[in-house]
Design a protein around this ligand. Sequence first.
Ligand code: HEM
Ligand SMILES: *[C@@H]1O[C@H](CO)[C@@H](O)[C@H](O)[C@H]1NC(C)=O
Ligand SMILES: *[C@@H]1O[C@H](CO)[C@@H](O)[C@H](O)[C@H]1NC(C)=O
Ligand SMILES: *[C@@H]1O[C@H](CO)[C@@H](O)[C@H](O)[C@H]1NC(C)=O
Ligand SMILES: *[C@@H]1O[C@H](CO)[C@@H](O)[C@H](O)[C@H]1NC(C)=O
Ligand SMILES: *[C@@H]1O[C@H](CO)[C@@H](O)[C@H](O)[C@H]1NC(C)=O
Ligand SMILES: *[C@@H]1O[C@H](CO)[C@@H](O)[C@H](O)[C@H]1NC(C)=O
Ligand SMILES: *[C@@H]1O[C@H](CO)[C@@H](O)[C@H](O)[C@H]1NC(C)=O
Ligand SMILES: *[C@@H]1O[C@H](CO)[C@@H](O)[C@H](O)[C@H]1NC(C)=O
Length: 331
Amino acid sequence: MMGWRRLCLCLSAAVAAAALAAGVGVGVAGAQLSPGFYNATCPALQSVVRRGMARAVRREPRMGASILRLFFHDCFVNGCDASVLLDDVPATNFTGEKNAGPNANSLRGFDVIDAIKAQVEAACNATVSCADILALAARDAVNLLGGPSWTVPLGRRDARNASAGAANANLPPPDATLPTLLSMFGAKGLDARDLTALSGAHTVGRARCAVFRAHIYNDTTANASFAAGLRAAVCPAAGGDANLAPLEPQAPDAFDNAYFRDLLARRVLLRSDQALYGGSGNGTTDALVRAYAANATAFAADFAAAMVRMGSLATSGAGGGEVRINCRRVN
Ligand code: HEM
Ligand SMILES: *[C@@H]1O[C@H](CO)[C@@H](O)[C@H](O)[C@H]1NC(C)=O
Ligand SMILES: *[C@@H]1O[C@H](CO)[C@@H](O)[C@H](O)[C@H]1NC(C)=O
Ligand SMILES: *[C@@H]1O[C@H](CO)[C@@H](O)[C@H](O)[C@H]1NC(C)=O
Ligand SMILES: *[C@@H]1O[C@H](CO)[C@@H](O)[C@H](O)[C@H]1NC(C)=O
Ligand SMILES: *[C@@H]1O[C@H](CO)[C@@H](O)[C@H](O)[C@H]1NC(C)=O
Ligand SMILES: *[C@@H]1O[C@H](CO)[C@@H](O)[C@H](O)[C@H]1NC(C)=O
Ligand SMILES: *[C@@H]1O[C@H](CO)[C@@H](O)[C@H](O)[C@H]1NC(C)=O
Ligand SMILES: *[C@@H]1O[C@H](CO)[C@@H](O)[C@H](O)[C@H]1NC(C)=O
């Protein structure tokens, strides 16, 4: 199950400190990215991605959530460089990120990105990076589920390598405390406001019993009747690890600010969610949770701004990269 949990808790502080010291992963490459990057070379890009995402979300609304998470798991691991999309290649001993602890049996949507990439290739051959396609797809996912839209800076390059170790170390585990969350986001140049707004992504999507069992069985911070309902219906004390529940119980396919009202009522699945509100931390994020719960416009604006910041995380290797023809393998 959560193979990365132990790794993460012991490494996170060291990794965060090292990253800050070296400036690795903090570099926000916003200056090099620009919304008009493909204006001349691929004018159809944005409409092609939008159409592909609309089709995928119409077929299965959860896919919007899955693509949004895919982008987060790309950006937090050596920057937004589509490293998460690379398949393992046993023949060459290449190990990608797909089977790292936070990703295995959990990330979805790779086939949707493949289908959109094929459409983009048909419109503009060998021009648009997989990393940029994922950034646009995540934006469209949020908007198609009823959330805000924003302008996406473009010009990312695709990695020629990946790091399962960095995926295990840099992606926060579901039992993270507030200090751990602040430190892991801080290592990426993202502050408490970014953390709180971005966590609002959990207003959509599903999680497995294996990752929320500890919260609904052992935490006094969980709403008692909510936790009892999940224990009875979805998540037994043993077994049923893959059983799914909505991260936000009211409307799990609607991108709204209900997640923050659920935090106030303690009706969320993950320990790391509830850590943002109500005494498990030290009050750093409580006021933001209350503000977003009361004001959907404020949440939408801060979420969009934080997505642009997260989406501008630079690749640590810098330089190089390529425009992959097939998102699953290097050229
Ligand atoms: C703050 C730290 C975070 C933690 C600890 C965390 C953890 C998790 C976990 C454990 C799951 C369920 C995975 C499973 O059951 O297989 C999940 C799902 C999800 N996460 Fe997060 N997450 C965090 C932040 C984010 C951010 C920043 C985003 C996007 C901006 C995001 C978007 C999502 C979405 C949309 C889902 C549902 C995916 C689906 O239904 O396929 N999460 N997250
Ligand atoms: C790209 O196109 C958009 C929309 O037509 C326009 O607003 C923007 O100024 C253009 N940018 C560049 C750099 O050409
Ligand atoms: C892959 O690793 C195995 C075991 O370490 C080794 O025997 C093999 O030569 C490696 N293959 C390549 C292509 O490097
Ligand atoms: C697309 O680009 C690749 C690489 O530049 C090239 O090999 C291929 O022939 C091109 N295909 C088409 C249909 O233009
Ligand atoms: C790719 O990344 C792995 C893991 O970080 C590293 O061991 C390997 O040397 C890298 N390979 C290349 C060609 O950079
Ligand atoms: C709360 O914790 C954060 C991170 O650990 C720290 O930066 C902040 O100063 C603390 N605030 C208070 C009021 O103790
Ligand atoms: C609850 O806490 C106890 C004591 O720490 C532990 O043994 C048990 O495994 C925990 N249960 C879950 C579901 O996390
Ligand atoms: C627990 O959830 C119920 C609704 O399901 C709500 O009425 C109640 O206020 C919540 N409890 C707390 C402590 O917020
Ligand atoms: C909600 O937030 C927006 C954006 O920050 C702000 O302009 C507006 O005044 C707020 N509305 C209320 C009722 O506080």
